[in-house]
Design a protein around this ligand. Structure first.
Ligand SMILES: NC(=O)c1ccc[n+]([C@@H]2O[C@H](COP(=O)([O-])OP(=O)(O)OC[C@H]3O[C@@H](n4cnc5c(N)ncnc54)[C@H](OP(=O)(O)O)[C@@H]3O)[C@@H](O)[C@H]2O)c1
Length: 201
């Protein structure tokens, strides 16, 4: 879902290059098919894309994530969902976390019966489209291994660092908040910053 956007499209391109079967979802099936044809994958309306997937990646604009989750809930069933979105507030003083308590991913878990994982928030679309996988880690959290497992497996293929299990879904509060930190750093230093955790042997 959101495969017509900057992140979803870049992810679809990378996964296709890795030989994964990808269906781009959009609210507009013809837009999905148009962009999918350029990449060489399939495109469909969000509901149809979700119905045929093993893992649904929710990569819509963050302020549309809850609405999209509500629309998809009936077709998702128990298909795992990976939420990459972060609720953010853009101010004159910089980018701030958009929520004070629950993360977007936890709010989505309250809407859908499907198991939800959250992750990839710190992975820039620009890094997905570069020819070399980025030297960074990706954090994934979730309460249910049916979602966290496939999300970690997918994340590991996108980077040269580690796909790291960051614990329960409530930790999406930190991952989504970290997006605000990264966006401020990106603006300040004119870079696409990523994350790296130390201490692994
Ligand atoms: N950009 C990055 O580097 C990056 C990195 C990590 C995570 N993310 C996360 O990935 C998500 C997508 O980011 P993006 O930069 O790709 O955003 P984007 O280009 O603005 O939008 C992605 C897609 O959201 C869908 N959308 C927009 N308004 C909608 C609505 N009202 N209802 C349902 N769908 C709507 C659109 O798909 P259709 O119009 O085709 O339905 C659009 O193509 C965000 O949640 C962001 O936090 C982004």
């Amino acid at each position: 879902m959101g495969g017509t956007g900057a992140f979803g499209r870049a992810l679809a391109e990378r996964l296709n290059a890795l030989g994964r079967e990808v269906v781009i979802g959009s609210r507009d099936a013809s837009r999905a098919r148009e962009i999918a044809a350029v990449i060489g994958v399939e495109g469909a309306a969000n509901e149809d894309a979700a119905a045929s997937a093993d893992l649904v990646i929710l990569a819509v604009r963050s302020n549309a994530a809850l609405e999209t989750a509500r629309a998809l809930a009936p077709v998702l069933g128990t298909t795992p969902l990976l939420c990459v979105a972060s609720d953010l507030t853009f101010t004159d003083n910089g980018v701030l976390p958009g929520r004070e308590s629950h993360s977007l991913a936890e709010a989505i878990q309250e809407i859908v019966d499907a198991p939800v994982a959250a992750g990839l928030q710190s992975l820039a679309a620009a890094h997905l489209t570069s020819s070399n996988p980025p030297e960074e880690d990706v954090l994934v959290c979730g309460d249910d291994d049916r979602a966290k497992g496939p999300a970690l497996e997918l994340a590991q293929r996108l980077i040269r660092g580690r796909a790291i299990d960051a614990g329960p879904l409530a930790n999406a509060r930190a991952l989504e908040g970290m997006t605000a930190v990264i966006l401020n750093v990106n603006r300040r230093y004119k870079i696409h910053a990523g994350l790296r955790l130390t201490g692994f042997k």
